[in-house]
Ligand binder design. Structure first.
Ligand code: FAD
Ligand code: UDP
Length: 381
């Protein structure tokens, strides 16, 4: 069969590779001039620093199959994400851990003492936290919430933490030891040559043709036997029911000679500081040595029609609109919606790869049995 992948991000590349290896002909159509989607990396000519062009990407997973998969195409070197935050005139360690608690309160608590102390700060009247704010007040108390989370979250999401679901904060642990690793996962690392080299290798197969700087239009669906679409779900329908809400990011790039901030990611918790964080890209490749430095100040705002959609805003209004698009998409034939934009979800890279491998398997199984491939291989809600 001839199958088209719309998008050369991880979704399109991984599905395309699996189908090519199974004997199908694959065309990958990508509107950008490069592959790898949002995890695209590029070496800066002046400094030699590997830049994460669309924002910092750290690979972390518990899925041994996905870890083996990425290591097949690129060497991953050890990397631990250790984030700091500048809030109310001091620098603290994130995620909230024993060091953060002791430094913030000027104490020398041991783990059990810190646990009891934070419980005394918490609002224990909140039995079942629903909102971001309730989750924070219940588990870390008002002081830590207002210093580390309230201002940052307002900047990041453009609304009050009282309007956001508790699930956003649940992504972050609170630790009663000195472990400052931002993620819990068993496997964590950075691709030695960057993500784009890895994706180029995934796409390097004689049965795969990649067309860059080419926009796919829906009326071209008939040119092939099936389409995997990793573009925005509402975009497939010309956004005719309205736009699904996204936050976009503006990166203010600047350079420095030497080491600007001493770490890869410095968050800014205060509402008065207009950006959410500064990333210093050379620290994502600690095995490299560069005199010059490339940095991004990151600003978050509502996504307009011409902006790059980054974070789906899944509030009540969006959920209703999403439901309407999902219903229409489910009735489409010959197309499967995949990836973070096609299913309107925040997906980490490892989950994206796992879902892409599963979608490819489902396609091969349905093709073998003569059944129709569904519009969604992974449920979009
Ligand atoms: P994308 O990477 O968005 O690829 C989709 C591609 O489709 C794009 O290249 C787009 O140009 C193309 N396209 C869309 N429409 C069309 C069309 N009509 N015609 C042609 N081409 C089209 N994950 C982690 O695991 N760790 C991290 O640290 C991490 N950090 C992140 C930081 C930020 C700021 C963001 C936004 C995401 C982060 N992620 C991270 C998530 C990661 O970016 C995604 O998991 C991954 O990019 C999803 O891949 P995808 O192929 O589904 O989508
Ligand atoms: N967050 C915060 N302060 C911080 C870091 C994170 O308030 O210093 C909040 C913010 O709302 C963010 C959420 O916690 O969206 C989850 O954090 P994560 O690092 O997973 O952020 P994301 O991946 O959304 O950038």
């Amino acid at each position: 069969m001839h199958v088209t992948m719309v998008g050369a991000g991880l979704s399109g590349a991984v599905i395309g590779r699996a189908l090519a290896e199974a004997g199908h002909r694959v065309t990958v159509v990508e509107s950008r001039p490069h592959v790898a989607g949002n995890c695209h990396t590029e070496r800066d000519r002046d400094t030699g620093v590997m830049v994460h062009v669309y924002g910092p990407h750290i690979f972390h997973t518990d899925d041994a199959g996905v870890w083996d998969y990425v290591n097949r195409f690129e060497t991953f070197l050890p990397y631990r994400n250790r984030v700091k935050t500048t809030s109310r005139g001091a620098v603290y360690s994130l995620p909230v851990n024993l060091h953060t608690i002791n430094q913030f309160y000027g104490k020398t608590l041991r783990p059990d003492e810190a646990r009891a102390f934070l419980e005394s700060q918490a609002d224990t009247s909140i039995a079942d936290p629903q909102t971001f704010e309730e989750q924070a007040l219940r588990f870390v108390g008002r002081d830590l919430y207002e210093t580390f989370f309230k201002g940052y979250t307002q900047k990041q999401w453009g609304c009050s933490p009282t309007e956001l679901p508790a699930s956003i904060l649940r992504r972050l642990p609170v630790r009663f030891n000195y472990d400052d690793n931002y993620f819990f996962h068993r496997f964590q690392g950075m691709p030695e040559g960057g993500y784009t080299v890895m994706v180029e290798r995934i796409l390097d197969h004689p049965a795969i043709e990649v067309r860059l700087s080419t926009r796919f239009a829906r009326d071209r669906t008939g040119d092939c036997d099936h389409v995997f679409y990793s573009g925005p779900l509402d975009g497939w329908f010309g956004c005719d029911l309205g736009r699904l809400g996204y936050r976009t990011l503006d990166f203010e790039r600047f350079t420095y000679r030497g080491d600007y901030q001493g770490c890869a990611v410095m968050n800014y918790g205060d509402a008065e500081v207009p950006f959410t964080r500064i990333t210093e890209h050379k620290h994502f490749a600690p095995w490299e040595d560069h005199e010059g430095s490339v940095l991004y100040r990151e600003f978050s705002r509502d996504c307009g029609p011409e902006d790059i959609p980054y974070y789906p805003i899944r509030l009540v209004a969006e959920k209703a609109l999403l439901g309407a698009y999902v219903e229409r998409a489910s009735a489409e034939r010959g197309v499967t919606f995949v990836g973070r934009l096609g299913t309107y979800r925040y997906l980490d890279m490892d989950v994206t790869i796992r879902e892409a491998l599963d979608a490819a398997r489902l396609f091969l199984d349905t093709a073998a049995s003569g059944e129709a491939m569904p519009a969604f291989a992974a449920p979009p809600v």
